[in-house]
Design a protein around this ligand. Structure first.
Ligand SMILES: *Cc1c(COP(=O)(O)O)cnc(C)c1O
Length: 420
């Protein structure tokens, strides 16, 4: 069948055009590169692509300007794909939608850590300031320390931060794993400017529409696409988005380096990712709202003396519980205007409580990770040796609030009985 390029679709705003709402862009941002009549995207599994048939149209690889990759003109460049370690149609489609949703050129990787690694290879700092947060990123920095002596500096220590020099990196994860608490990006941007450093942000815990780190001057925004972009606990992916005014300088090199690192995502993941991004706004908005209702309920119950929550839960940790959340002029409310995210943590009375709570629940799977449609709870000591052993991390899915609340309540009751 001849390609049926829908005229209306072809005229749709290119990736950077923000006229459409986020929800509409998640469904239509890739229409202009859709060269076949399929409504659902096809999955391309080829590793290699035929060059142009006409010898006059042959453009050697080294002469292609990758920095224009995401513009509409480049999308119709023919032949566009060469070898799938460079890029492939299904992952390009995933990146095209993400570019629109993040408001900045987005590059996909095989996993969140592959993206973090690529970001460090690209910026090549001598020092990285980093706080707690996702332990795997610390693992990459340890590898870089082994290779080239890269130094790690404590992000939340003002004096330590002063050791940073031009070209170093301030890496801020916000909201922060495992607590779901936010960090002030405007503040770290200011410090980065004073010190001549790059500001990189791991925004995995608050994807669009919850927060936009570029508004606060991030140079690169990273996501573990495994979490909300995938959203169904069935794909690994990572994403780097580059601040638009840096894209013409940085994008070509990032893509060249990805080709050499070989850390591209697979076709199945690209396809699953496109399927998932269609509902990103619906899912994330609902997940964050439900998490907020649960946190509010837990906090209210905790305040009642003798309640089961008060007896079992020592602390509930979430950005909404930070003092600044109450002040509508605070940095926190500006940074997270659409909600505080679907992940929170509970510190329970004892390690035994944390170890045993997941087994008492019917709707929460006891598993690591987050961002899927299924609610998860994890005794965090299972996968992260650096956190309080009394802590359980909760990732809220798309189930109904009342069902999740009732499940937590009966679980906490059973736990109180058992450990009386
Ligand atoms: C999961 C996660 C990562 C790592 O992502 P993978 O896709 O598992 O490699 C990095 N940062 C944060 C905040 C995460 O939650």
């Amino acid at each position: 069948m001849a390609p049926n390029i829908n005229d209306a679709a072809a005229k749709l705003p290119a990736a950077f055009n923000k006229k459409l709402s986020l929800a509409s862009r998640s469904v239509h941002a890739d229409d202009h590169i859709n060269k076949n009549p399929d409504v659902a995207p096809p999955m391309h599994v080829s590793t290699t692509y035929r060059y142009a048939a006409n010898p006059d149209d042959l453009v050697p690889w080294s002469e292609i300007d990758e920095s224009n990759f995401w513009t509409e003109q480049a999308a119709s460049h023919d032949p566009f794909w060469i070898y799938s370690r460079e890029k492939s149609p299904t992952s390009t489609r995933f990146e095209t939608i993400l570019t629109s949703l993040l408001g900045a050129p987005a590059v996909s990787y095989a996993s969140g850590l592959a993206a973090f690694h690529a970001m460090m290879v690209f910026l090549n700092p001598r020092r990285v300031a980093i706080g707690g947060g996702y332990h795997g990123c610390h693992g990459i920095l340890k590898l870089l320390n082994k290779l080239n002596g890269l130094q790690v500096v404590e992000l939340e220590d003002e004096a330590a931060l002063a050791a940073l020099q031009k070209g170093d990196v301030i890496h801020v994860e916000t909201p922060l794993n495992p607590y779901g608490e936010a960090r002030n990006l405007a503040y770290f941007r200011q410090r980065a400017d004073e010190l001549g450093c790059y500001l990189t942000v791991d925004a995995t815990f608050a994807p669009p529409p919850l927060q936009d780190p570029f508004q606060f001057g991030a140079d690169i925004v990273m996501h573990s696409g495994t979490k909300y972009f995938g959203g169904h606990s069935d794909m690994l992916a990572g994403v780097l988005a580059v601040r638009p005014d840096r894209a013409s300088d940085w994008l070509g090199t990032l893509l060249e380096e990805r080709l050499v690192l070989g850390s591209v995502m697979g076709s199945l993941e690209g396809w699953l990712g496109v399927r998932s991004l269609r509902t990103l706004e619906l899912r994330v908005t609902r997940q964050s709202e439900t998490a907020q209702k649960l946190v509010d309920w837990i906090a209210a119950e905790k305040a009642k003396e003798g309640s089961v929550v008060a007896d079992v839960v020592l602390e509930v940790r979430h950005a909404s519980q930070q003092p600044e959340a109450k002040d509508e002029n605070s940095w926190l409310r500006k940074q997270m205007p659409r909600g505080f995210g679907p992940v929170f943590s509970l510190v329970l009375k004892s390690e035994q409580h944390a170890r045993r709570l997941p087994s008492k629940l019917g709707l929460f799977h006891h598993a690591t990770s987050l961002g899927g449609v299924e609610s998860l709870i994890e005794w965090r000591a299972m996968s992260d040796s650096s956190v309080d052993r009394r802590l359980v991390r909760v990732s809220i899915g798309v189930e109904g609030f009342e069902d999740l609340r009732d499940d937590l309540l009966q679980g906490l009751q059973a736990l109180r009985e058992e450990l009386k």
